[in-house]
Design a binder for this molecule. Structure first.
Ligand code: NGS
Length: 432
């Protein structure tokens, strides 16, 4: 009796073992096929495991998609405004000088130098050129401008738009000063009414650059001060790029965002301009608040160099929007040198499920994520110093853990009803 029982038991356990092996092999093969189909070419050391992305969502093989998809509005011409004195478009500015040489200041230039330069009233004639001592061989035309209620505007002229130039910054102080020096002159030659906002990431110390959060924070700040500023056009601008042609108008188009960085040349480089892939809208992007809001601004999840601008392109595609571009001879930029920031190893994985997050990850969530640490307001710059991780999720955890945590939270927000999820996630965060 005992013998028979032991025998039955051993047959049963063998069957169980064999079934388990078959099942495990099958699951493993299945997973590998899934990975091969969906993740070919993705970063291996990413912080966001692709296997945790809900399978019912369409994952976009980003590189493939970007190479095959056009972000340009085909057959669309840039606005051709008539000359209206009550709303003067830059194309009618008498100060345009075509391909204007940029100014590279000495390395010891200070923010005060820039401030003093643009605030010194010249007694000379209206068109007198100004010589500056913190750069060699430089002259800017002295165009009559006034500073009022936080904005610069041309004297005796009403600009067509009121423009905020937003410039995210981390560790590139010299570039910021060179940018300010050149951009004020450039904006004035186009007779813009404008202000320049530097949005600097100062906390958490040593964290990777989160450009998306900085742009969202900058736009949010402007929106909160709209009564005073009444901005009608936003320019999202890299700090290391200086436009080289006055015909590259820094104005919002009526219907579409405008991407103006088509060709870039490195300073002091002997090589020619480089052109980037068609899908890229980074560098300088000009758009209205409505256009920005339509795509819920930038994703807040990109830590480190790369990908946040491609994510924005995907958002435009998702919202069936496209961008317009000036002709490429006008859209030339000089790129100032700088050390490279740490890159974002998770970027390709984040890009695969970009469009899924659009409504829950972006401008609408920025208030809870950032804190303005300091505001410095001079006439040449509104300098916002920002803690980009107000909840200190990133700071407390290792960088790898961070993306995973934010990912989980966003995923939970997306897939479950709001109430219980928020409590559950909050508990998890405080227990870290
Ligand atoms: C692409 C990045 C973009 C970046 C562009 C230009 O590869 O975020 O290079 O960079 N996309 C990804 O990494 C997915 S630049 O040479 O200007 O530093 O803007």
């Amino acid at each position: 009796m005992r013998k028979v029982h032991r025998c039955r038991f051993s047959i049963l356990s063998r069957i169980c073992l064999i079934s388990f092996i078959i099942l495990a092999t099958f699951t493993f093969i299945n997973q590998e096929i899934f990975k091969l189909n969906n993740c070919r070419g993705l970063e291996q050391d990413s912080a966001v495991p692709t296997s945790s992305i809900p399978s019912r969502y369409l994952l976009i093989p980003y590189r493939e998609f970007a190479y095959r998809t056009s972000i340009s509005c085909n057959a669309y011409k840039l606005d051709q405004p008539d000359k209206e004195l009550s709303q003067l478009h830059p194309k009618y500015s008498q100060y345009l000088r075509g391909a204007f040489p940029y100014v590279i200041p000495y390395t010891n230039i200070t923010y005060e130098d820039v401030e003093n330069f643009y605030n010194t009233k010249s007694n000379k004639s209206r068109l007198a050129m100004r010589q500056i001592s913190f750069a060699s061989n430089i002259e800017f035309e002295n165009i009559p401008y006034k500073y009022e209620n936080g904005m610069w505007s041309p004297i005796g002229v009403t600009s067509a738009q009121r423009t905020a130039i937003l410039v995210p910054l981390q560790d590139r102080d010299y570039n910021a000063k060179a940018f300010l020096l050149n951009m004020h002159a450039f904006a004035r030659r186009q007779l813009l009414t404008y202000l320049i906002v530097i949005i600097e990431q100062v906390y958490p110390i040593n964290s990777r650059f989160n450009k998306g959060r900085l742009y969202n924070a900058g736009v949010r700040y402007i929106q909160q001060n709209q009564q005073k500023l009444n901005i009608t056009c936003f320019i999202l601008h890299d700090v290391d790029l200086i436009p080289e042609n006055d015909g590259n108008f820094y104005t919002c188009e009526s219907k579409h965002p405008k991407h103006t960085t088509l060709r870039i040349r490195k300073l002091n480089s002997t090589s020619d301009y480089s052109r980037f892939y068609e899908f890229l809208i980074g560098g300088a992007l000009i758009l209205t608040f409505d256009m920005y809001k339509r795509v819920n601004g930038f994703s807040n999840l990109f830590w480190g160099w790369g990908g946040e601008d491609d994510d924005l392109s995907l958002r435009f595609i998702q919202r069936r929007a496209c961008v317009v571009r000036p002709s490429y001879e006008l859209a030339n930029y000089i790129a100032l040198p700088h050390s490279n920031g740490r890159s974002n190893n998770a970027r390709f994985k984040l890009l695969t499920w970009s469009t899924v997050r659009l409504d829950t990850d972006g401008y609408n969530k920025i208030d809870s994520m950032i804190r303005i640490v300091h505001i410095l307001n001079t006439s040449t710059v509104l300098h916002l110093k920002i803690d980009v991780d107000a909840n200190h999720i990133y700071y407390k955890s290792a960088s790898i853990g961070n993306s995973q945590l934010i990912y989980n939270k966003t995923y939970a927000d997306l897939t479950t009803t709001r109430g219980p999820v928020t409590t559950r996630v909050a508990k998890k965060l405080t227990s870290m």
